[in-house]
Design a protein around this ligand. Structure first.
Ligand code: CA
Length: 224
């Protein structure tokens, strides 16, 4: 049974989500404030963490920042409507995804499945393009021999691009393959993640590898 930690101080939301997740066959542990959530997340081998941002004690972003020092457990942030800065900050800090309140339970379940599927990805061979070596089984990236840390979502995006070397992929295709469901969030999320990847890979690679094809999408190819 897969274990999910739910860090949420709003009792009615926490009860509702716990009920639905339990019904779906997940084992749910609840925490009502940031400190308790962090302590539980660090020590208990959870498969996934649902983390509210507005929490007493430590807020969700601070919990995430501290958790990422010791753990790469998938984290889905629960954010208030229109809190764009929170979303961007959360993704910057290594959240795998976020969902905006109020959310439907179907959407939450879809996102949980996607995050867990990525976590449980089967062993696959390395993908190598120029200085990039992506080890799908170990979930590592090296650029010219140097390790580069990627979030789950960044990794998936780069994997899809590298699997389709020299093939232009549209934003819609990338959304579908990386996010894996009918995504309801901002449509520029692909561009945001491309920027993250470029920033992380950029200088180490010594060349641009992720190219924008204006009006179409993105492609990974080596410069000749
Ligand atoms: Ca809250």
């Amino acid at each position: 049974m897969q274990k999910i930690l739910l860090v949420e101080d709003e009792v009615s939301i926490a009860r509702f989500v716990e009920l639905e997740l339990t019904h779906e066959g997940y084992a749910v542990t609840k925490a009502e404030d940031g400190r308790q959530g962090l302590a539980l997340a660090e020590g208990n081998g959870f498969d996934l963490v649902l983390l509210d941002i507005m929490l007493p004690g430590l807020n969700g972003l601070e919990v995430l920042r501290r958790l990422r020092k010791t753990s790469d457990v998938p984290v889905i942030m629960l954010t208030a409507r229109d809190a764009v800065m929170d979303k961007v900050t959360g993704l910057d800090m290594g959240a795998d995804d976020y969902i905006t309140k109020p959310f439907s339970i179907e959407e939450l379940l879809a996102r949980i499945r996607t995050a867990l599927r990525r976590k449980n990805a089967q062993a696959l061979p390395q993908l190598v393009i120029g200085p990039l070596v992506l080890d799908v089984a170990r979930h590592t990236l090296t650029v010219a021999g140097e390790n580069v840390d990627l979030t789950g979502r960044e990794f998936s995006l780069l994997q899809v691009l590298m699997e389709n070397k020299d093939i232009v992929l549209t934003r819609d295709v990338l959304m579908e393959r990386v996010w894996g469901y009918d995504y309801l969030g901002e449509t520029n999320v692909v561009d945001v993640y491309i920027r993250y990847l470029r920033a992380k890979i950029g200088e180490k690679a010594g060349q641009q590898l992720i190219h924008t094809v204006r009006g179409l999408g993105y492609v990974v190819r080596e410069e000749i």
